[in-house]
Design a protein around this ligand. Structure first.
Ligand code: CA
Length: 246
């Protein structure tokens, strides 16, 4: 059994963006039954107006929408400060590997391929919310330091030479994995499991370029510390100490 939220906390608010009324109704019914507050939007414009009014706790987003597509909505959300961390479960009609990878690259927290069981959807939603609540790392409240690079698990912040960096949740978890394993080489597969927190069945299907692309973005954001993230050819990545020793 999932732990029920404490009585004082309001039920998480989920916005379901889906143009097929039957599917939207099914999702809304299931989530409402499980105690979530649910709103629905049939297209991107409606969704953005709901989000603009009040950012929900989670978005269930269909990729194929009339007008603005789910991908475009997701891209916009990730580029906006107030919604950068908004958890998104992407619904996709296609089974193609490319499609899944693309969704994760755009910054979805997870995805579900249609047709899916309502039970599976609820499990995914709960798992994403739990992860978001914990900031994606164990709530240990530790502060990890490598040179002038500082990651605070509690405040979920990262700074380099005293300047706070703006990382996406995936980049944060990726850096966390690298800093925790400082000096050790970590395979792309391991990084996928850590930073994306995906089951091994999904990891099998993902290509390593997803990791490579996020590492590239992370390096760019880390500034001088970007060089500390070393590529171990044919295997993975390693974060070395600024003085060159591990
Ligand atoms: Ca659709």
């Amino acid at each position: 059994m999932e732990p029920t939220p404490s009585r004082s906390a309001p039920a998480p608010r989920v916005l379901v963006v889906e143009d097929e009324p039957e599917i939207a109704a099914l999702i809304a019914y299931q989530l409402t039954r499980e105690g979530f507050r649910v709103e629905t939007a049939a297209n991107g414009d409606q969704a953005l107006s709901v989000i603009g009014r009040e950012v929900p706790d989670l978005l269930v987003l269909d990729r194929m929408l009339p007008g603005i597509t789910g991908d475009e909505i997701l891209k916009g959300l990730r580029a906006t400060a107030s919604t950068r961390h908004l958890p998104v479960l992407l619904l996709t009609a296609k089974r193609e590997q490319e499609d899944r990878i693309h969704g994760l690259e755009l910054g979805a927290d997870d995805y579900l391929t249609k047709p899916f069981s309502p039970r599976e959807l609820v499990l995914r939603v709960r798992s994403i919310l739990r992860r978001a609540e914990q900031g994606g790392v164990e709530a240990g409240g530790r502060v990890l330091r490598v040179g002038q690079l500082v990651l605070d698990e509690h405040s979920h912040s990262v700074s380099m030479e005293g300047v706070e960096l703006s990382l996406t949740p995936t980049e944060f978890r990726l850096l966390h994995a690298l800093m925790e394993g400082r000096g050790r080489t970590q395979s792309r597969r391991r990084l996928l499991e850590r930073a994306w927190e995906l089951g091994s069945d999904v990891v099998e299907r993902l290509q390593t370029r997803t990791v490579d692309m996020h590492v590239r973005r992370l390096r760019a954001k880390l500034g001088a510390a970007g060089d500390w993230v070393e590529t171990v050819r044919g295997f993975g990545y390693r974060l070395k100490a600024p003085d060159g020793r591990s």
